[in-house]
Write a protein that binds this ligand. Structure first.
Ligand SMILES: C[S@@+](CC[C@H](N)C(=O)[O-])C[C@H]1O[C@@H](n2cnc3c(N)ncnc32)[C@H](O)[C@@H]1O
Length: 279
């Protein structure tokens, strides 16, 4: 189907949570000085222009990055500081109109010893991705199906891998499909750190996702979530399931989540970090 385009939604509350927590997970893995492989399976275009027509049509960034910017406080959690510095690099004249997506975040964190592969199936999104980033030996771009890419790239030769899965959930069967695909590849790569983003929508399909993961053989799944009231939006929150979360990342994620919640929602809403499935 592939009608979803992230350019309408870039910079919203879910992007903030997603990219900061993703950075915390990668940083936790990078505490070990050994090479790792990263797969951004649903990459999108990697960089978004918030002045462009799509973003201007929805203005979803109003209750996301625009609510946070400018960040003047120096006493901010490590994960927020990392994300802020990436936005500053991309916007040397100030502001946040060049808004980095997940691929930009991962490319920003790529060490000389690591590898990154980014995939998107949508021709337009993939073209934009290819125009925005130059691939090289350690950073490759692929117009290919994410589910098929899991089997093509995993397990990686480095034996350490971060797999980021950020589907558009256009089809309601995707909640089940994502859990099944990960269960499938987990059988071949149990050591992988899998990060799956999910939306909280009125239909409540996040429950189906949790049920499918609980029924699978996958253990050690952390659930990081923020719910609140975001005017004029269907999506009233979002979360990330993290399989095999690096131990070092957990305090950093808690600090990031508390900061994001306080600055986006104040006293309202609810955030939590809890185990969906224990070890
Ligand atoms: C939510 S967006 C990605 C946003 C991006 N990860 C970010 O955080 O900046 C989902 C992307 O997945 C792509 N997509 C949807 N189904 C796909 C599939 N089966 N394989 C690869 N890409 C797919 C869409 O074209 C879309 O660009």
């Amino acid at each position: 189907m592939l009608s979803y385009q992230h350019s309408y939604h870039a910079g919203n509350h879910a992007d903030i949570l997603k990219h900061i927590i993703l950075g915390d997970v990668v940083a936790g893995m990078q505490k070990k000085a050994t090479p790792m492989f990263m797969l951004d399976a649903f990459a999108g275009r990697g960089m978004y222009d918030l002045h462009a027509e799509d973003a201007q049509k929805t203005h979803e960034f109003d209750t996301g990055v625009a609510r946070l910017w400018p960040i003047q406080d120096d006493d901010i959690p490590e994960g927020v500081a990392r994300w802020k510095s990436l936005i500053e690099v991309e916007n040397p004249d100030g502001g946040f109109s060049r808004f980095p997506g997940s691929t930009a975040m991962l490319a920003h964190m790529l060490r000389p010893m690591d590898r990154l592969a980014a995939c998107d199936l949508h021709p337009q999104e993939f073209n934009a991705l290819r125009q925005g980033f130059r691939s090289h030996r350690r950073f490759s771009l692929h117009q290919r199906d994410a589910y098929e890419a899991l089997h093509a790239f995993l397990p990686p030769k480095e034996k350490r891998g971060l797999i980021f899965l950020d589907p558009s959930f256009e089809d309601k069967t995707e909640y089940q499909a994502i859990a099944e695909s990960i269960a499938d590849i987990y059988a071949h790569f149990r050591a992988g750190v899998y990060v799956i983003w999910y939306p909280i929508l009125p239909a409540g399909r996040d429950i189906e996702l949790f049920r499918a993961f609980k029924k699978s053989a996958i253990r050690n799944i952390l659930r990081v979530e923020m719910r609140g009231h975001f005017p004029d939006m269907q999506m009233q929150g979002s979360g990330l399931l993290i399989v095999n979360p690096p131990w070092h990342a957990q305090a950093a994620m808690q600090a990031s989540l508390s900061w994001i919640h306080a600055h986006l929602l104040g006293e309202k809403g609810k955030s939590s970090i809890q185990w969906l499935v224990k070890e």
